[in-house]
Design a protein around this ligand. Structure first.
Ligand SMILES: Cc1cc2nc3c(=O)[nH]c(=O)nc-3n(C[C@H](O)[C@H](O)[C@H](O)COP(=O)(O)OP(=O)(O)OC[C@H]3O[C@@H](n4cnc5c(N)ncnc54)[C@H](O)[C@@H]3O)c2cc1C
Length: 408
């Protein structure tokens, strides 16, 4: 019966919460429940360096076994939590075990959205990419799959398409919207990324969805698109978004709405239960509405906020979100939100690199960069410290934006 802090979910948010809580001097037991086998691992490389074969599983660990032992974090692998009893302050597991908590933290993340039931029985060779098990499967299967169809023109679909093309597969990508990345970045950036994919030889089918999957002896053969086109495929990978894992919280009576609802201190409606990462919906201090994010920055920064709340040093979560994606030889990075943007200023660098500085009512709101990592870092610092350049300063190529950060 450990008591202390129990964290459900040992990925980016759960591991960071355990580590940060210890770092802040928490003396009680910390139990970290890992629903998956092995050590907790990094997810971003799964659709990038790992698929490309540049790194192996051993390189993916978030922290070493030694780290958990030294920090006194009791990591329990392959253990699924199936229920929370808020009155008794216990959690129940699929193997029948029960543990008591003083504080419970939900870091249950999200799972890949699956294809609608109308597609019937899904043949082998059709999958999504969310876990190391999925990535392992794809890495093995591409050895014999030459013709791959990717459904979904969001970041994961595009990263997978890029990696698989680089290792010699023939890839067709299908996107329902008229353009790529419609939910996450500006049309100008989406255009640049579309150009990269087309020049790499990826067949793009925009304004088309998946209508039918054809298999022979349960083996994938081809797909039909909503526009009637048929594509041969020996692997179909879909990246059609993620769904937050809220069921544990909802079944325990905690309010949820596209995520477990938390306040700016990562507290749920129960004073003994915190929630962090992809599974939460939280009040955005910038947009002033509840939002849910799926990025490493949010998982890490919410974990730090929750750890501070837990040890009684609470401070509100006010981080500006940032994100990156690697596709072909391009690094896309973004900080802030594109909502309510009314003016955009473009700054060009060498070899097609550029940045877009987005303003709302003359206030810097977001910055997107293509192959300009230095500007991305600067933009993050400017936004985090609320030292914002004016549109005129950004538009002036001779103006050194660092001056806004550290005025002479
Ligand atoms: C392929 C891929 C590439 C990505 N690339 C980027 C990128 O380039 N940049 C970026 O910022 N973000 C990227 N992301 C998003 C980023 O990985 C997520 O935002 C991050 O993993 C969220 O961490 P989390 O801990 O909140 O949730 P998750 O990583 O989803 O982990 C939740 C964990 O909780 C476990 N769990 C759930 N329910 C239970 C239960 N009942 N009992 C026990 N365990 C449970 C799950 O098994 C899982 O291990 C990528 C994601 C993927 C899948």
């Amino acid at each position: 019966m450990p008591g202390g802090l129990i964290i459900i979910g040992a990925s980016h948010a759960g591991v960071q919460l355990a580590a940060k809580t210890r770092e802040l001097g928490y003396q009680e037991p910390i139990t970290l429940i890992n629903g998956e086998p092995g050590l907790p691992y990094q997810k971003p490389p799964l659709s990038k360096a790992f698929l490309l074969g540049k790194i192996d599983e051993g390189d993916l660990a978030l922290r070493s076994e030694r780290f958990f032992a030294d920090a006194g974090i009791n990591l329990l692998p392959e253990k699924r939590c199936v229920g929370i009893d808020r009155t008794a302050k216990t959690v129940a597991f699929s193997d029948g075990a029960r543990l008591r908590y003083e504080t419970l933290a939900l870091a249950t993340g999200a799972r890949a959205r699956t294809l609608p039931a109308s597609f019937g029985k899904i043949p082998s060779g059709v999958l999504s990419l969310r876990t190391i098990e999925d990535a392992r499967f794809v890495r093995t299967a591409v050895a014999s799959a030459r013709r791959i169809v990717v459904v979904g023109g969001g970041f994961i679909g595009l990263e997978v398409a890029s990696a698989l093309t680089t290792i010699g597969c023939q890839v067709a990508l299908v996107e329902f919207q008229p353009r790529l990345l419609a939910r996450s970045c500006s049309p100008e950036v989406a255009d640049a990324i579309e150009g990269l994919h087309r020049s790499a030889g990826i067949e793009l089918h925009l304004q088309a969805g998946l209508a039918e999957i054809h298999a022979c002896s349960e083996r994938l053969e081809r797909v039909t698109l909503t526009n009637g086109l048929e594509l041969e495929a020996d692997m179909l990978l879909f990246g059609i978004g993620a769904v937050p894992n809220i069921e544990l919280a909802a079944d325990a009576g905690l309010p949820c709405d596209n995520g477990i609802l938390v306040d700016q201190f990562c507290r749920t409606a129960d004073p003994h239960i915190l929630a962090v990462g992809d599974c939460t919906s939280f009040p955005s201090h910038q947009l002033r509405i509840p939002i849910r994010l799926e990025c490493i920055q949010n998982a890490h920064d919410q974990a730090a906020t929750a750890a501070a709340t837990l040890v009684g040093r609470s401070s509100p979560y006010v981080s500006a979100p940032w994100f990156w994606s690697d596709q072909h030889d391009c690094k896309f990075q973004m900080v802030g939100f594109l909502d309510r943007v009314d003016r955009t200023i473009r700054r060009d660098g060498e070899d097609g690199a550029f940045s877009l500085w987005h303003f709302a009512e003359k206030r810097l709101h977001a910055v997107e960069t293509i192959n300009r990592p230095g500007e991305h870092l600067l933009a993050r610092q400017l936004i985090a410290r609320d030292r914002l350049p004016t549109p005129e300063q950004v538009a002036d190529p001779a103006f050194n934006l660092r001056m806004v950060l550290t005025p002479a």
